[in-house]
Design a protein around this ligand. Structure first.
Ligand code: HEC
Length: 192
């Protein structure tokens, strides 16, 4: 059922409380490795371009870039991998960033692990559960907040950025973060 080094007792009990059936015997090592690769690929496609957009066009321009490019990268990766590729958060901004029950439980567990002093970079969680009657592999890996992220996710957002955010995301919850916080997580799934 679990495969990562840092599974905690909280998450096990939480996930069992969710109405899905866990498949204890599935060997998920290979899938975990593929997930790590997908997370790397997502970051590798987004981050350099985001930095470039920030440097050359400023944060308001970069915001529009994130608005269109991030969903596009997720869609392309979903297509090329055959997985469902997404990013979610307990404080969501993007249209698809609102977590489902399983994702909420995992995100909360990541927060609990952080409180317990476990480095965010080492965290991940995977499990095979039944979704719509089908065994489904699910994987999550938290995304830490870096200094550069604070321009659009921090506690002091410049007025022009705030205005653009209000325009694009009237229900935005993804502000008020500090460096080192868990901004959200990659969430991948694959029907087995
Ligand atoms: C220029 C502004 C900007 C910067 C800088 C920025 N983001 Fe974002 N971020 C956005 C926007 C806009 C979205 C929503 C994208 C969408 O519509 O899917 C977003 C979405 C996200 C999401 C998906 C979950 C959600 O709430 O939608 C994560 C995770 C995330 N950002 C993490 C980061 C991290 C980590 C950094 C720093 C490396 C960062 N962001 C830097 C603007 C920014």
């Amino acid at each position: 059922m679990k495969t990562q080094t840092f599974v905690s007792a909280t998450l096990i009990s939480l996930s069992l409380a969710i109405p899905f059936v866990a498949y204890a015997q599935t060997d998920t090592q290979k899938l975990d490795q593929q997930s790590r690769g997908l997370a790397k690929e997502f970051l590798g496609k987004l981050k350099p371009e985001l930095m470039h957009a920030m440097k050359n066009g400023g944060p308001v321009h970069a915001l529009s870039f994130c608005n269109t490019k991030a969903p596009e990268i997720a869609a392309n990766l979903s297509k090329s991998s055959g997985w469902h590729v997404n990013r979610v958060s307990l404080k969501p901004r993007g249209a698809s960033a609102t977590p489902d029950k399983w994702e909420v439980a995992v995100l909360k567990d990541f927060e609990a692990q952080k409180m317990a002093g476990i480095p965010v970079k080492q965290m991940e969680y995977s499990e095979v559960i039944k979704v719509d009657g089908k065994p489904t592999y699910r994987y999550m890996k938290p995304i830490p907040t870096g200094a550069v992220c604070l321009t659009c996710h921090g506690t002091h957002i410049a007025p022009a950025v705030k205005q653009k955010l209000n325009e694009l995301y009237p229900h935005d919850k993804a502000v008020g973060f500090n460096k080192g916080d868990i901004r959200g997580a990659f969430s991948f799934s694959k029907t087995l």
